[in-house]
Design a protein around this ligand. Structure first.
Ligand SMILES: Cc1cc2nc3c(=O)[nH]c(=O)nc-3n(C[C@H](O)[C@H](O)[C@H](O)COP(=O)(O)O)c2cc1C
Length: 314
């Protein structure tokens, strides 16, 4: 596949002065760069090692972090098929957090990520706030000496079973509880709270997360969407609704980032709709400290590496 540089010369604006592949800090950790891959879109971060390209040594070239697929207290087999539906401006997914469970992840996956030197942020989800604390404690006791494990991103888009099934991410008090128990277990790793865009006041949630000890906010997770099959007249996804991602949600990710930066001044890791360096620049223009590439990484495993390269001044 031809790179951007061949198709379209990179033109960086004069205000862009950051080096995306230089070390920078989030809370207690120094990350090796500001261009990351988003959770769920690059598996656990191990599968890219077999992919070759004439443009890059590997899909990890220039990456500041790989955010792993979200892991949960028990393994999950995910939702019924179909789970992914491609749309003209993005994709609708209903994967249902299929994952190996955090015990197997800690025994097999994280040690391998460390051995291969992949800068890693572990994504966690749970259905009770105290489960976040338990998983973070287990992480800390297994991986305290790891050099490449930089932090945890708490995925706050799951139903909260202990409190009646509403999403964790929609209630500032529950967000704060999940963050507080995680912070207690993670004294020296970066703690990020990943928020849903499916709320009216995302800045209020961000402020609650920071108050409880989060070092930064990742926004956004997917936007609730639905696609209809005209032949049958039924929703395409068996669960009716899915999470919409890709280019179509870029303006939503930018708006949520802006709301948080303007109202709280907190460090934001921008996610949503990024395919190119221009998309990433828009987040940085609004004050994001780093960005994550999601759906684009599933189409092209070098998408994030290309963004990092294109944003680096010669
Ligand atoms: C197939 C797929 C699976 C995803 N799985 C997760 C996940 O496990 N945890 C999570 O926090 N976000 C997950 N996401 C959301 C992405 O990390 C990201 O927040 C969202 O897709 C918006 O970014 P994008 O437009 O660049 O894809 C997933 C997205 C897709 C498309």
């Amino acid at each position: 596949m031809a790179g951007n540089a061949e198709r379209n010369p990179v033109k960086l604006p004069p205000w862009w002065t950051l080096d995306p592949v230089a070390e920078f800090r989030i809370g207690p950790r120094a990350f090796p760069g500001r261009i990351w891959t988003a959770s769920g879109c690059f598996a656990y971060g191990l599968s890219g090692h077999d992919i070759a390209s004439s443009e890059f040594d590997s899909p990890y070239t220039g990456l500041g972090a790989v955010v792993t697929k979200t892991v949960t207290p028990a393994p999950r087999s995910g939702n019924p098929m179909p789970r992914l539906c491609e749309l003209p401006h993005g994709a609708l997914n209903s994967i249902g957090l299929e994952n190996v469970g955090y015990e197997r992840f800690l025994q097999e996956t994280l040690p391998e990520l460390e051995r291969r030197g992949v800068p890693t942020v572990v994504s966690l989800a749970a259905t009770r706030p105290d489960e976040f604390g338990e998983m973070c404690e287990a992480l800390q006791s297994t991986a305290a000496g790891y050099e490449h494990w930089h932090g945890v991103e708490i995925n706050l888009s799951c139903p909260n079973v202990a409190e009646g099934g509403h999403d964790f991410g929609r209630n500032p008090e529950t967000v704060a509880r999940c963050v507080a128990v995680s912070r207690e277990a993670l004294p020296d790793r970066a703690l990020l709270a990943k928020l849903t865009p499916n709320v009216t006041d995302v800045a209020e949630l961000a402020a609650a997360a920071a108050e409880a000890g989060a070092d930064a906010i990742s926004v956004i997770n997917t936007v609730i969407g639905l696609e209809v099959d005209l032949e049958s007249g039924l929703p395409v996804l068996p669960r009716r609704y899915g999470g919409y991602s890709g280019p179509g949600i870029l303006p939503i990710g930018l708006a949520k980032t802006d709301e948080i930066v303007q109202k709280t001044g907190l460090p934001v890791v921008g996610v949503g709709g990024i395919r190119t360096y221009q998309d990433a620049l828009k987040y940085f223009a609004l004050g994001a400290v780093a960005v994550q590439v999601g759906t684009a990484q599933m189409e092209d495993p070098f998408a994030a590496a290309r963004v990092a390269r294109d944003l680096t001044r010669a």
